[in-house]
Design a protein around this ligand. Sequence first.
Ligand code: Z16
Length: 833
Amino acid sequence: VEASIPEPLREAWRKYSVSEFGNKEEFEKELVRHIETTLARSMYNCDEHAAYSGTALAFRDRLIIEWNKTQQRQTFTDQKRVYYLSLEFLMGRALDNAMLNVGMKDAARDGLHDLGFRVEDVVEQEHDAALGNGGLGRLAACFLDSMATLNYPAWGYGLRYRYGIFKQEIVNGYQMEVPDYWLDNNPWEFPRHEITVDIQFYGRVKNYQDETGKIAHSWEDGEIVQAVAYDVPIPGYGTKTTNNLRLWSSKASSGEFDFQKFNAGDYESAVADQQTAETISAVLYPNDNLERGKELRLKQQYFWCAASLFDIVRRFKKTRRAWNEFPDQVAIQLNDTHPTLAIVELQRILLDKEGLEWDEAWNIVTKTFGYTNHTVLPEALEKWSVPLMQNLLPRHLQIIYDINLLFLQSVEKRFPQDRELLSRVSIIEESHPKMVRMAYIAIIGSHKVNGVAELHSDLLKTTLFKDFVKIYGPDRFTNVTNGVTPRRWLHQANPLLSALIAEKLGGHEFLTDLTLLDKLEAFVDDKDFRDEWAHIKTMNKLRLAKFIKRTTGHAVDPNSLFDVQVKRIHEYKRQQLNIFGVIHRYLSIKAMSAEEKKKVVPRVSIFGGKAAPGYWMAKTIIHLINKVADVVNKDPDVGNLLKVIFIEDYNVSKAEIICPASDISEHISTAGTEGSGTSNMKFVMNGGLIIGTCDGANIEITREIGESNIFLFGNLAEDVEELRHRHFYGSFKLDPQLEKVFTAIKGNMFGDAADFSALTASIEEHGDYYLVSDDFNSYITTHGMVDEAFKNKEAWLAKSITSVARMGFFSTDRVINEYADSIWNVEPLVVKD
Ligand code: Z16
């Protein structure tokens, strides 16, 4: 349908085209208009939430105007676009970010003040958009911010879950999950009821001869579910570019099928079918680094891949280019293996719908896709059972078999008689049932595969994907070390520090060129600057202390050393090592004389994070932390020397309060297990030091900021295998200090010891897979060094300032430019007004 208005009539459009508010007064006018009309409220019944909604609507108008212009421009210039496919986008709140990115926060603050509100309170009314589990989803959100800021023509594609990650409540020390229904009155999405795609499931494959006599395939029957697009505008910082995040929602298709049921009087069953269809986009799977092979998850993956691919292909076809130009117009990045079916789907479209030959189609496919791997943990690697896939996606399974056959034939040709190699690299694992290895499809179907930090990318090449390096050569594999967006994680989360840095550097340019932070090193010895730096840290600790008081009832002293570990709860991330360390500290303090206690550096140990609902060991760790908190926090022998705080329902908006307030944060995964880690970067960017293992991006952070500015401990990745082997085949000896901790736990010091027996047994009896005991001594000793270092306030401050000055590398702007150059081959679309 040609819906474009003909030129003679465009005059009126141009005349009445909407304009944006550009100052405080215009903002107020828009705000009041939205409150009085869109929201049907008035000055007599406008609470903070209505003020939030009105403000959000005013800003949303601005965003959508820029969004429209950006999309028109991108269509007009018709250059290559990037599509970032991710099952998770952990966006957090949007209003504060929108205000800062469009550069109108001061106008909004003043305007709201005139009308009786404080901008800080208004911003806090917003519900987090929590469509993700942890690092992977937050990385995708930071990428969107950087792609828009750098003016790349880029779209995100995801699922519009009705329920995001569950809300965590702690009841008697146990995690409880509460559903996160977040969609009511969400001002940030634009339903596009006219943009729909029919998605097929089940059915069968029909083979037939086409006009040329060639065997062709069609996928027939089955069930149809409709995908409806919802668009979320993504504003760049200090640019007019406003990109799009398109989220798909599932709905029953209104095809003949249902009408038959309705007409046959089978109303209930027709409505039930509707609900089944809507189930596809109902809920985010709450696992981080774990795949469980559930059919509904596979349905989600295909639904989202097929809708996105249809949309991308539809857009390409409008340009009427030849198919071989597809990879010059389209780059698709796969965030983990979750969207791997997109590879198979594009091949299917090109073969079955567009009639291309296999080789021509496959050449287009491999040039189009790039694949990012985020973990080496075996339990996170996706495999789907062949019978499941046969039933749900019969044509795709056929294509997978064909991809595999051609691939294995080419391997066989290059490495004849290596049957072991063939079975190792086969997409199909010959188990019972047979399994489809998704990572292998992703490697074979992409032109580049990248890990997320140097160590991680090296491990991929030497372990998991070793055979593929031999087959394809090393150039297919690369590293792109993760980052975070300094807009949200410095400017928005820490306005005081951002302002101080801007004052010293003569402006906010560092927010778009983070390497400019290095100019701060010149001020390390500047007395006034140091005082202000220290003062800001104290203010941020006070802000967190108030938050802790309000949410937990505990009073913590901002002069204490704030020691933070906030991230998903996982055995490999080793919150158990941290809490055992806390118990060790508690026992030491209790054994001290009054004189000895005077030398202790008071500490607050702060934990936060969710456990996957079915992950019992992670839930046990949460339980132990909370029980230890109960005992320690009310022990008069300890007083303020040690407090233990578990912050409920850790999420993006809480991270914005927590990150600027740490003195030290913990990134203590077993060496070789953390892909990158990204909170390590957020904490250092905000002037906190870190204690960590030689793992993930900790290694590159050390390289950048210098060894003397970080507290490293523990065994190295290269020694892990040997240690694990020894636990099983040698004799296992529990670290003597850890033994004291276990004795306390077993003596019911923190409630019924039986509650924690699985945790202690995993170490003492089941091989201590995560090397908690091996690293314990080193961990405790290093924490002693942290205490000593913290006593020297001046030296600590110098480390803090120096570290921030050297964090320029860890902006997602650098990351996105690397992807653009080495994987996507896309250019920014520079906009002149
Ligand atoms: C996830 O959050 C990550 C990896 C993965 O396979 C699945 C999920 Cl849901 C994390 C990594 O654990 C972390 O090290 C990394 O920093 C993050 O992805 C972003 O790359």
